[in-house]
Design a protein around this ligand. Structure first.
Ligand code: SD4
Length: 289
């Protein structure tokens, strides 16, 4: 059993994952529950996940989320979803209950409503912080918020099942309808039950051009450790952009032996737990000295 999550704000999700895995729950239930708690809490998501995420340039919160099990064909995602505080739960329903894999916008919202999700007015999706930031954005006519974040979470359960989930409100003050890397399989996340799983965070408009999560899992399949795989994928991106400053990207990976790895182009805290550890540990890559 093991779990890893992106950024410091994944700690409560990884702690929840730890306690649910120790109670014998399966990886998919654990990822869905742990992610949705962060999504619904305006304080733990760094204003970039679910309720309390930054809105688009028209002031409307639009979320992307996805979940992928290691078993073939087990993927569900939503994109540009409005009014639903826990998009990861809708992504799970897409995986389990829809003949499709990715639903967007109004169609995703209608699907959620049909399954009993309550669609909330946009004002309930904003927090005091994001309302103020949006007013500043309107007044200055430019974004006063920098950086990109996604909650990514990978869990490996007692039976060896591995599941990865991601959730984000996307780039702050983005164009309405903009979709990032997070809900795209192979880009924001990927899992294979014979190998392991990976997730990405950062500038999704760039990340989606490189399919880094699939690439990490492929390298692990060929024998790389999670850390070697993440580092090799980042090095490959850096080689392909030929010396330009690398866009913001962070990668996490977990293999089915419970080994963890990460790589990033920026300072990147992530949190990790493995069976035998008493508590969740925070690790930081590229920490500024
Ligand atoms: C995205 N990778 O939508 C995600 C999260 C993000 O600013 O970068 N938010 O591009």
């Amino acid at each position: 059993m093991a779990a890893v999550g992106t950024w410091s704000f994944s700690r409560p999700a990884v702690e929840k994952t730890m306690s649910m895995l120790l109670a014998g729950q399966n990886a998919t239930d654990v990822v869905e529950t742990a992610m949705s708690e962060v999504e619904d809490d305006v304080d733990t998501g760094r204003h970039i996940v679910g309720r309390g995420g930054y809105p688009n340039f028209k002031g409307v919160v639009e979320c992307d989320a996805a979940i992928m099990e290691g078993l073939p064909g087990r993927f569900g995602a939503v994109a540009a979803l409005r009014g639903i505080a826990q998009p990861c739960r809708v992504a799970r329903k897409v995986m389990d209950r829809s003949p499709h894999s990715l639903l967007v916008g109004e169609g995703a919202e209608s699907f959620a409503q049909e399954l009993g999700f309550i669609s909330e007015p946009n004002k309930n999706m904003l927090s005091d912080h994001t309302s103020t930031a949006y007013q500043e954005f309107l007044e200055k006519n430019k974004s006063v918020v920098s950086g990109h974040d996604t909650l990514g979470l990978i869990a490996l359960d007692l039976s060896g099942n591995i599941t990865v989930g991601v959730s984000t409100s996307g780039a702050p003050f983005k164009s309405p309808g903009r979709v990032g890397d997070s809900p795209l399989p192979g880009c924001g996340l990927y899992a294979d039950h014979t190998v392991g799983a990976a997730a990405a965070t950062g500038d999704g408009d760039k990340i989606m051009c490189y399919c880094p999560s699939f690439h990490v899992v492929q390298l692990m399949r060929q024998g790389s450790s999670p850390n070697e795989a993440c580092q090799a994928v980042l090095a490959d991106i850096q080689r392909r952009i030929r010396g330009d400053t690398c866009f913001e990207i962070g990668l996490i990976a977990l293999n089915i032996k419970g080994e963890v790895g990460a790589a990033s182009s920026v300072e990147f805290p992530y949190t990790f737990w493995k069976q035998g550890m008493g508590s969740v540990e925070k690790l930081v890559l590229n920490q500024a000295s």
